[in-house]
Design a protein around this ligand. Structure first.
Ligand code: ASP
Length: 339
């Protein structure tokens, strides 16, 4: 988190537009291979990382280390979100995540690569880096998703350590919730902090990762969108990638990330696709009070986009020349209630 402010460039309401306005996409550079032939312009792919919320800045940096050394997008997305998972101060991902109603931290995560391979874990306890377990499910089993006790046993077999994920701070907050019993999620602050991270590597291949402790004080056994391929995350290397954050139930109802990718396939820009998915969520719910959802998307040309129901959602972007946190465009202005 250190020095974050030094390089934050908040660009309200621009979303992906800042990149799509450019004649040269961020995933491409115009280079003249032959100085004697000025008309001979070729393109070279440049890596790009985009992720949800402020914590995306640090995650992007870890992903960037992989990409800038010629590493692949799959390694980049895993390494990126592991940083957030292992940060005990983050109350909605991995270690230090808010527990369920019974005081147990249960984690959801998924990962997907350019070959449409995918892996997921849900309702996983005691493991600090569920994204790496999800990757093992993808690479070392014939399955896509493991949950609960089975996922935990699998993680132990693969050498992951049993860890207490409930920090003193998250325990205190949970005990306070039990006492007051009048907890209501605070929009954009609690319950909306999944890290979803999408990357394109130097080969132009796409991968994505999504990981969360889910809704604070959820019913025991509740699983949201984040570990569900097509809801919290979707990657199609021919088209693009998308991921979601916010109220998972609403994202699942519209198969959110898959829809964003399909809209891009039909020719929409990443931002148009995110906007249409959010619009669909709003139309499918009678009441969107407190229902925040945000999407980010990256297409095969290296264009990015984002959109959210309410103001307050932001995303972090990293390319060779850019490191910024941008406020996503939105449908409804969120007024602080002051409660
Ligand atoms: N989407 C997550 C879930 O519903 C919550 C979040 O984004 O923080 O579990």
């Amino acid at each position: 988190m250190k020095n974050r402010r030094e390089f934050l460039k908040l660009t309200a309401l621009t979303g992906g537009a800042l990149l799509t306005q450019s004649a040269c996409m961020p995933g491409e550079t115009e280079t003249s291979e032959d100085p004697g032939n000025q008309g001979n312009v070729s393109t070279a792919i440049q890596p790009i990382v985009i992720s949800t919320w402020n914590h995306g800045i640090e995650a992007n940096n870890a992903a960037w280390k992989v990409l800038s050394n010629g590493g692949n997008a799959l390694d980049a997305v895993e390494q990126g979100v592991r940083v957030t998972e292992s940060d005990p101060t983050n109350p909605s991902v991995g270690l230090g995540g808010a527990p369920d109603r019974e005081g147990k931290v249960t984690l959801d995560a998924c990962i997907m690569d350019h070959k449409n391979r995918c892996g997921a874990v849900a309702f996983l306890e005691h493991i600090e880096n569920p994204i790496s377990v999800a990757r093992k499910v993808m690479e070392e089993t014939e399955h896509v998703m493991l949950v609960g006790e089975g996922a935990f046993q699998f993680a132990l077999e693969k050498g992951f350590e049993k860890t207490n994920l409930l920090t003193e701070n998250s325990k205190k907050a949970w005990l306070n919730w039990l006492e007051t019993s009048k907890y209501k999620p605070v929009i954009n602050i609690e319950n909306h902090d999944t890290i979803g991270l999408l990357a394109m590597d130097v080969e132009g291949n796409l991968s994505g990762a999504c990981t969360t402790s889910g809704m604070a004080y959820k019913l025991r056994g509740r699983v949201g969108d984040s570990p569900i391929i097509g809801a919290g995350l979707f990657v199609d290397n021919e088209v693009g990638a998308a991921c979601a954050t916010g109220v998972g139930e609403a994202v699942i109802r519209i198969a959110g990330s898959a829809i964003v990718v399909e809209l891009m396939r039909q020719g929409k820009s990443p931002q148009e696709a995110c906007k249409e998915a959010v619009d669909r969520i709003i139309k499918k719910h009678d009441n969107v009070d407190n229902l925040q959802v945000g999407f980010i998307a990256l297409n095969k040309q290296g264009e990015i986009g984002s959109y959210s129901v309410y103001s307050g959602f932001n995303f972090a972007l990293k390319t060779e020349n850019t490191e910024e946190l941008t406020d996503a465009p939105y449908f409804i202005k969120h007024e602080e209630s002051g409660d």
